[in-house]
Structure formats: structure tokens, C-alpha cells
Design a protein around this ligand. Structure first.
Ligand SMILES: Cc1ncc(COP(=O)(O)O)c(C=O)c1O
Length: 395
């Protein structure tokens, strides 16, 4: 134990959030030797050509600091890939910054573009990182509940939440944790509000290629949005390399210039050889994305079919690789106080780790009867998990 006067003293901005519950659940899964359906990472390998490209990049000497805002080759490859998927021409020199994952892209965006006291709106439930992003940048988070079983965005509520201090809307589509893929009507309505009230939109599109129902649309491409949208994504999910820590933000040059400044002093750069391997990722053919989507659809459908044997009430996602489950009746039957107690019981007794729903809500009570499973796993892992869930809580 280290003794000293500075012990236990932290800055007040840090006291406003807790350690990540998702990553805590991963630690518990390891402790109990459980199947980890908590944290969203694959238990299978990335494509061989990416692993080979990463090895080659190290051998070829990409081992020192790269250009701080991203390898020129990766920025060019990103611009070409976005063009292939329907975007207008991006200038790799002014419109892109490569970051340490989309986590850093979002944090740097908040720090670069939000004044302390500015209000930021986000649909709720929301990916747990956005809360700390807001607190670290001094933003005041305001949540807009997604409504009904299909998690619709209530645009009138969004408009009603605006104040003179509102500066930005944070969007995530396809959405973690609900799996919503926001529709054209919702995106147009958000864009209209953003343009009318001169707001920024930060959109996290890390699951852009994992869509089962409907189609992914980038709000940046809607009228009036090009200059006010920061589009964030990463290699992590699309290429099954969550540990590589390579992501990016795309926006108009004045926004990117500010984000680059923050990024430079926070992390300097994403890992150089893995950025080079990212060029190979960007050049994978369209068939790669089709196979990715089909393989995730198979995982989703297998897990859902097997889990019908259990009492977990799973909500079918339209995209991303998570399934929310309603657990109210099981929780009450087992006499467990809330979703966190439920997840602790589930990991220790059933050997399956999930995330308590409360981690995705500002008020924990709103997530009390929900948990989230992640299914980027081999089919045999999902089969074993579904069996354990059924044994724990049969239908
Ligand atoms: C919506 C969303 N954004 C960002 C991340 C983290 O992305 P990265 O690994 O690129 O930092 C995750 C990971 O689960 C996520 O679900």
C-alpha cells in the first residue's frame, strides 16, 4: 500500500463516473471461467490477410511515430473506401484524423468541440463511454429515451430538450445496446433540428457494416449536415481487431483541425504498423462485407433460436452484435435486487457474463430489468451459452 498525502484525492471530474461496468464483467468472467457475452469482442480470429499485413508492416520498418493525424496511406485508403460506399470525395489531408480507436475519436471530439457547460443530447439507452466523455469535457449530458419495444427515437422529445446551451447531439447507428438501425425518417428529423438550431452531430458508426434489417445511413450525407457532423468509426468491429486500437473521425476541415490538436497531445498517434495493416483492411472487396453481415446474421439467429428454450426474453436487433434481454420475471423469481445482482449471479452460477442494463441509462432504475448479451462469438460458444442460460432459467 502506498502511503502519502495525495492518496485517495482525485479531480472532481473523475468522481462523476465509475469504472466501466462492461470491463468489470469481463474481469468477473475471467475469474469464474465463464463464457464472456459481456464485452463486445470476437472470440474468433481476424482475416489472415490483416494479420499478415500487420506482421509485414513491422518487418518493413513501420515502427516509429507515424504522422500524428494518421498514416498518409491509411488516410488515402479511408477516403477511397468511403467513396466506394457512396460518400463524396474526402480530402485525406484535411478531412480525416486517425485515432486510438473510436473511443479516442469520440473523447477527442468532445474535448475539442464542447465548451464546459454546453449541453449534449443523446438517445438513451446509450453506449456507456459517452457519459464519461461528457463529464471529462465539462459537457452537461441530457438523455432522450428511445421509446417502446422497438426503441423509436421520439423526435418531439428531442426538440423539447433543446435549450440555448445545447451544442451537440450524439448519435450511434447501428446502436449499442439496442441494435436499432435508425431509419431515414429519424435521421432526417435529427438533421433538420441540427440545421435549424445550428448544432453539431457526433455520430458513432462503428457497426456500419453489421446490419440485418434496413440499411445503414450516415447522417453526414444529409442536406446541411456535411459541415456540422463528425463521423466516427474504427477497424475494431468490422475487421475483428478490437485490440489494435485504430479508429478515425471524419469531418469538415475546421472541426478536424481542432480534433487533431487534442488527439496529438493525448496520444500522439495510433499504432504505426497497425495503421499500415488498416490499408489492407480498407482494400478488402465488397464480398468481405457481405460475408461479415451473413456470418453475424447466422450468429444472431442461432443464439435467438436456442435461447427460446430459456426464460430470457430477447429483443431482436436490426444491427450491431448485441441483444437486450428483459429479465424482470426471472429476477423476481430468484429474489435478486436488480440487474447488477442478476449479472453477478449469472456469471458465478450459470457461467455466462452479461452486462447489467443500468450501465446504459443515466438513472440505473431504468435498466433494472434489462441485461445485454454480446454475440460476436463462434457458433459453438453461443450454443454453450444458450444451454447454460436455459439450465439457469428454463422457460
Ligand atoms: C458504440 C460503440 N462505440 C465505440 C466502441 C469502442 O470502439 P473502439 O474499439 O474503436 O474504441 C464500442 C465498443 O464496444 C461501441 O459499442
Amino acid at each position: 500500500m502506498i502511503e502519502g498525502t495525495a492518496r485517495g484525492r482525485s479531480a472532481s471530474r473523475v468522481d462523476r463516473f465509475t469504472e466501466s461496468v462492461i470491463r468489470e464483467m469481463t474481469r468477473l468472467a475471467d475469474l469464474h471461467g465463464a463464457i464472456n457475452l459481456a464485452q463486445g469482442f470476437p472470440d474468433f480470429e481476424p482475416p489472415d490477410e490483416l494479420k499478415e499485413a500487420a506482421r509485414r508492416a513491422i518487418t518493413d520498418g513501420f515502427n516509429q511515430y507515424p504522422v500524428t493525424w494518421g498514416s498518409p496511406r491509411l488516410r488515402l485508403a479511408l477516403a477511397e473506401k468511403y467513396r466506394r460506399f457512396g460518400w463524396p470525395e474526402l480530402d485525406p489531408d484535411t478531412d480525416v484524423v486517425v485515432t486510438c480507436g473510436s473511443t479516442e475519436a469520440m473523447a477527442s471530439t468532445f474535448l475539442a468541440l464542447i465548451e464546459p457547460g454546453d449541453e449534449v443530447l443523446f438517445p438513451e439507452p446509450f453506449y456507456e463511454n459517452y457519459g464519461p466523455d461528457a463529464f471529462l469535457s465539462g459537457a452537461v449530458p441530457r438523455t432522450i429515451p428511445l421509446t417502446g419495444h422497438s426503441w423509436q427515437l421520439d423526435v418531439e422529445r428531442l426538440a423539447a430538450a433543446l435549450t440555448p446551451r445545447t451544442r451537440a447531439i450524439v448519435l450511434n447507428t447501428p446502436h449499442n445496446p439496442t441494435g436499432r438501425v435508425f431509419g431515414d425518417d429519424e435521421l432526417h428529423a435529427i438533421a433538420e433540428i441540427a440545421v435549424r438550431h445550428d448544432l453539431l452531430v457526433f455520430t458513432d458508426e462503428i457497426y456500419e457494416h453489421i446490419v440485418y434489417e434496413g440499411a445503414h445511413r450516415s447522417i453526414a450525407l444529409l442536406p446541411g449536415m456535411g459541415d456540422r457532423t463528425v463521423t466516427i468509426s474504427a477497424l475494431s468491429k468490422t475487421y475483428s481487431v478490437t485490440g489494435w486500437r485504430v479508429g478515425w473521425a471524419i469531418a469538415a476541415p475546421p472541426l478536424i483541425a481542432s480534433i487533431r490538436k487534442v488527439h496529438d497531445f493525448l496520444t500522439v498517434a495510433a499504432p504505426a504498423p497497425l495503421q499500415e495493416a488498416g490499408v489492407t483492411a480498407m482494400q478488402l472487396p465488397d464480398a468481405y462485407y457481405e460475408a461479415l453481415r451473413d456470418s453475424y446474421r447466422e450468429r444472431r439467429d442461432t443464439f435467438f433460436e436456442l435461447a427460446t428454450e430459456s426464460a430470457f426474453d430477447l429483443l431482436l436487433p436490426e444491427g450491431a452484435y448485441y441483444a437486450m434481454a428483459r429479465i424482470g420475471p426471472i429476477r423476481e423469481r430468484l429474489g435478486l435486487e436488480d440487474d447488477t445482482a442478476f449479472c453477478r449471479e449469472l456469471v458465478s452460477r450459470a457461467g455466462v457474463a452479461a452486462v447489467p442494463g443500468s450501465s446504459f441509462f443515466a438513472d440505473p432504475a431504468d435498466g433494472r430489468d434489462l441485461i445485454r448479451f454480446a454475440f460476436p462469438k463462434r457458433l459453438e460458444t453461443l450454443r454453450a451459452a444458450a444451454e447454460r442460460l436455459t439450465e439457469f432459467a428454463p422457460r
